[in-house]
Design a binder for this molecule. Structure first.
Ligand SMILES: Nc1nc2c(ncn2[C@@H]2O[C@H](COP(=O)(O)OP(=O)(O)OP(=O)(O)O)[C@@H](O)[C@H]2O)c(=O)[nH]1
Ligand SMILES: [Mg+2]
Length: 313
């Protein structure tokens, strides 16, 4: 495919077009992914998550600067929860990371959260495959939702960084949402403000209480002031350490396999649902069932069960 060849030459427009094809679920997207998949296995996927306005984009921008000094090639995918409503992309993120967009070795894009939940994670995973095949060294995935939230795509990341900030009355709430389970590293950003130590102590206490759960690893807590680029080197070091542990740590190896399985599960379920519905929607049985439901002869739940029973005895 011409577009894949262009992308492999580093043409950012072509990369963007392939991702657009994936977002729109075009047939050509599958072809591109099939071509690109064997080239993957290079990138380190880092999820950066946390409440709105906590400084995720600012932190990523500072991390890009640090990584570029080493010559690393960096990708950023910003998952935009608002686009489901507006169909647009986050402007703030583009502005925040703007100084990097002209760098040929930095690729930044928002992923529109159109369609189903499975759609968001599949699109994101597709984009990750594209960037991985193009040998981006580190790919950041910025997302607002975490833990049990519906925007949770932490299973796509090798490492998940949870960003917290001081002065958040609802810090506890945020942690309840499953962050303790998914965090590989906590970053307390806006440490230029007072109360940062309070957040660190609070997190520390929460981690102490976590002992006894199935998770063995204890995430570190690092304070940053991303706007002033303070504490960034510590984050880079933590990322480096984690990345090297991924190859040998049995817990991380097992987790990676679970993530891969979840991705296959998600594609398979979506495909199955699509196929079943295609078969049903052209059958007389569906039309008959609809009339029965409309006439209150059968409820929709029983109707769905009966339809499926017919297809999958
Ligand atoms: N004081 C202070 N402000 C910061 C720091 N880092 C980021 N900010 C500010 O916090 C605001 C939000 O920063 P963003 O980087 O857009 O935060 P975000 O988490 O990406 O926000 P969303 O993508 O909208 O969820 C901006 O006004 C930043 O300038 C910091 O270390 N200290
Ligand atoms: Mg942001």
């Amino acid at each position: 495919m011409k577009i894949v060849e262009d992308a492999l030459k580093g043409n950012k427009l072509a990369i963007g077009r392939i991702i657009k094809m994936i977002e729109n679920d075009e047939d050509q997207a599958k072809e591109a992914l099939t071509t690109l998949y064997p080239l993957t296995g290079h990138s380190f996927f880092v999820g950066i998550t946390g409440p709105p306005g906590s400084g995720k984009s600012t932190l990523i921008s500072a991390l890009i600067t640090a990584y570029r000094k080493r010559g690393s090639k960096i990708g950023v995918l910003a998952i935009d929860p608002s686009s489901q409503l507006t169909g647009g992309a986050i402007l703030g993120d583009r502005i925040r990371m703007k100084r990097h967009t002209l760098d040929p070795e930095v690729f930044i894009r928002s992923i529109a959260a159109r369609g189903s939940l499975g759609g968001i994670s599949r699109t994101t995973k597709g984009a990750l495959i594209v960037l991985d095949a193009l040998k981006y060294d580190v790919i950041f995935i910025e997302t607002v939702g975490v833990g049990q939230s519906e925007m949770d795509i932490s299973f796509l990341a090798d490492m998940t960084v949870v960003v917290c900030i001081p002065g958040m009355g609802d810090a506890l709430q945020v942690l309840k949402a499953g962050n303790l389970e998914i965090a590989d590293l906590f970053v307390v950003n806006k440490a230029d403000k007072p109360e940062a130590d309070e957040v660190v102590n609070h997190l520390d206490g929460m981690l102490d209480m976590r002992i006894g759960t199935t998770i063995q690893r204890r995430p570190s807590i690092i304070k940053t002031a991303a706007l002033e680029e303070r504490g960034i080197e510590k984050v880079v070091t933590a990322m480096d350490t984690f990345r090297s542990q991924m190859k040998s740590d049995p817990e991380l190896i097992a987790r990676s396999a679970r993530h891969e399985l979840r991705y296959i599960e998600s594609i398979t379920k979506d495909l199955a649902a699509e196929k079943i519905w295609q078969r049903l929607s052209t059958s007389n049985l569906l039309a008959e069932t609809l009339v029965q439901v409309q006439n209150r002869m059968i409820d929709p739940y029983s109707a769905a069960q009966a339809l499926l029973k017919d297809l999958l005895p």
